[in-house]
Design a protein around this ligand. Structure first.
Ligand SMILES: Cc1cc2nc3c(=O)[nH]c(=O)nc-3n(C[C@H](O)[C@H](O)[C@H](O)COP(=O)(O)OP(=O)(O)OC[C@H]3O[C@@H](n4cnc5c(N)ncnc54)[C@H](O)[C@@H]3O)c2cc1C
Ligand code: FES
Length: 303
């Protein structure tokens, strides 16, 4: 989990800004240097609008070094992302990155179990594709509540979902690559596991297929979901990594606005999630100690 040593301010051009349904969008940027260097789990700080003092952090969902592009999967929630949603092709802005730590590969012989919630899919999809390229077996579980599923799905003909869901649907792109996926929703939906994605993880490990003992766990999503998955990791004696997507301000280690509590010996300490994270060992994060919300550089969001 190395922290990038050189931070670059890079001018980027929008190639595509697609509505995926509801508040979810996909943004493809021309950024050849970042596409070449970025590793799964790392993020960029994006200038969303000249009137906003703070840049906004986003994980990379896809990097194509040959085309020189990176893709972000984002949800419109406030001023910055609302401004992003108005961008059309050839809009120019700038970013800092790639920033932060990245996921590490499973040990030889281990499989990868990826558990994502909502837009937390972004860094795990990138990781899934890179691990698959290294012939590491990947199972990706995704909890998604959006009314319209933002990515194409197809019926599953095999894989983990078949054991726990009737007529399961899987992500089409991942199915074509040989990555096993399974979807969860708390709403009753045809082809989905009914419940939280953490419940799906528990169920998948219960039905077995040797997944648990030999898997390394990778997690990203809302805090409550990650805390639930961390609890299950203890239950199933799984080790792994988590990508934290809480509030940030400077994104460069200068303000402590992103501090998260982690274990240290018998006690604990705060680390800056923008430089020591966002990827941290799952068993080190203390979910019951308050995480500091952006307030180091600026005490007010919307700046
Ligand atoms: C390392 C990292 C990676 C991220 N990757 C992604 C990604 O791939 N896709 C994506 O959609 N989002 C991602 N986020 C979250 C994203 O940065 C925020 O949604 C964005 O900054 C909101 O900016 P805004 O100006 O639209 O909202 P603001 O006007 O700043 O805030 C609007 C609302 O969103 C809430 N909010 C702001 N930031 C966060 C946050 N980090 N987490 C939860 N709630 C927040 C605020 O409390 C407020 O209620 C990531 C965050 C981090 C730290
Ligand atoms: S956001 Fe991490 S130190 Fe400023």
């Amino acid at each position: 989990m190395n922290v990038s040593s050189t931070v670059q301010r890079v001018c980027v051009r929008v190639l595509e800004n697609r509505v995926l349904g509801g508040h979810l969008r996909s943004l493809v940027l021309e950024a050849p240097e970042v596409a070449r260097r970025v590793l799964p789990g790392q993020f960029i700080q994006l200038d969303c609008h000249p009137s906003l003092t703070l840049l906004r952090p986003f994980s990379i969902m896809n990097a194509d070094p040959e085309r020189g592009t990176v893709e972000i999967f984002y949800q419109v929630v406030g001023m910055g992302t609302k401004a992003m949603a108005t961008w059309s092709k050839d809009h120019e802005t700038w970013i800092l990155g790639p920033l932060g730590s990245h996921f590490t590969a499973p040990a030889p012989g281990e499989m990868a179990l990826l558990v994502a919630g909502g837009v937390g899919l972004a860094p795990l999809r990138f990781l899934a594709h890179r691990l698959q390229m290294q012939q590491i077996p990947v199972t990706l579980l995704w909890g998604i509540e959006a009314e319209k599923i933002p990515f194409a799905t197809v019926p599953a003909f095999g894989g983990v979902g078949v054991d726990v869901v009737e007529n399961p649907l899987v992500l089409a792109q991942e199915a074509a690559m040989g990555i096993v996926t399974c979807l969860a929703s708390v709403q009753k939906r045809e082809g989905f596991f009914h419940g939280f994605v953490s419940d799906l993880m528990d169920r998948v490990l219960e039905v077995g297929t040797g997944l648990g003992v030999r898997s390394r766990l990778y997690v990203c999503g809302p805090t409550a979901m990650m805390a639930a998955v961390a609890g299950l990791a203890q239950k199933w004696a799984l080790r792994g990594e988590v990508s934290l997507e809480g509030h940030m301000a400077c994104g460069l280690g200068g303000c402590a606005g992103c501090a998260v509590p982690v274990t240290q010996g018998d006690g604990w300490r705060y680390v800056r999630s923008c430089t020591e994270g966002p990827v941290l060992p799952l068993d080190q994060v203390l979910w019951d100690v308050p995480m500091v919300h952006a307030g180091g550089c600026s005490t007010k969001r919307g700046t």
